[in-house]
Design a protein. Structure first.
Length: 306
């Protein structure tokens, strides 16, 4: 039997997807959220810098958001992973579990996957004591000396920025020397640097205790910041023909439309500003524009029918 036709199928049920779903459900749109429950902040114990939810865990905030969306009868949920989007009118969306859904439009809220250095202990500490966003977590470490992992000019700049929060900052370049200009910038800000290669991290259940080096004594530290590279969490955008921009994000216009008509994107997968609040805002915008585009398409079909 053919599946029901949805107005919007949302791929990804984290903050941007749920925010879009809330907007669309309140607009009376029939929608389905397919979610694999693998958000990038799944290991984070708390989320900060978020009005009315400051200090709650991402899991708690997501549960509250799901409850909000479930109040609306036109919103439906399906756990699973989308494997394929067949572009057409309508779109046919298939999951790895064998389900197939039809929808007039598709909204990609698939997020980004951080590329974690292949260093023993790094993955275990990720999201717990290894942090990528100072605006989300640096305040809690303001009385501590912290470390910044990296060796690019951006990493040196972020190390200096961390000094506005933290008692002291040490840059760990993982075996790469700093340039003369970088060293001058570090010296001016009274930032220390260790250039020895990192061999591993000593930790207890993800709480960093010390950074281990080749040819250098261990550095006792509890909080490590890193500005990681990231890639698309899902291959669906590329598989569907959506264009990516230089930094690997999905290209969208001001109305969250991708380069494939009928496919939209919101949240981390199409913006470098990766916070819960910006994801929520992005999803709200996408939901509004999709609702308006669906109405325009309806009017166009109405006029063509005479």
């Amino acid at each position: 039997m053919e599946s029901p036709l949805f107005d919007v199928l949302v791929v990804g049920g984290s903050f941007s997807g749920l925010s879009a779903a809330l907007t669309l459900a309140r607009s009376g749109r029939r929608l389905l959220i397919v979610d694999d429950d693998a958000p990038c902040n799944k290991t984070s114990e708390k989320a900060y810098n978020l009005l009315t939810n400051d200090g709650l865990s991402p899991h708690e905030i997501k549960a509250k958001a799901i409850a909000d969306v479930r109040k609306y009868p036109s919103a439906h949920f399906s756990p699973g992973t989308v494997a394929e989007i067949a572009v057409g009118s309508p779109f046919l969306v298939k999951t790895t579990g064998g389900q197939a859904y039809r929808s007039q439009t598709v909204l990609l809220c698939t997020g980004m996957a951080d590329i974690i250095p292949d260093i023993p202990g790094f993955a275990a500490c990720w999201g717990k004591s290894i942090i990528h966003c100072p605006y989300c977590h640096a305040y809690e470490q303001q009385a501590s000396h912290v470390a910044m992992f990296g060796n690019s000019d951006d990493d040196v700049a972020l190390a200096g920025l961390l000094k506005t929060w933290n008692k002291g900052v040490t840059l760990l370049t993982n075996g790469r020397p700093v340039s003369t200009d970088q060293q001058q910038l570090l010296d001016k800000q009274q930032l220390s640097v260790i250039t020895a290669p990192v061999s591993g991290l000593r930790h207890h259940d993800g709480q960093l205790l010390a950074v281990l080096f080749d040819g250098h004594e261990p550095f006792n530290i509890r909080d490590l910041f890193v500005n990681p590279l990231a890639k698309q969490h899902s291959p669906l955008a590329e598989q569907s023909g959506c264009e990516l921009i230089e930094n690997g994000l999905i290209r969208v216009d001001d109305f969250h439309r991708t380069t494939v008509p009928g496919i939209y994107a919101a949240g981390d997968c199409c913006t470098a500003f990766r916070t819960i609040s910006t994801a929520i805002a992005s999803g709200t915008q996408a939901g509004i524009f999709i609702h308006q585009d669906l109405h325009k398409n309806y009017l166009k079909a109405l006029m063509e029918d005479g």
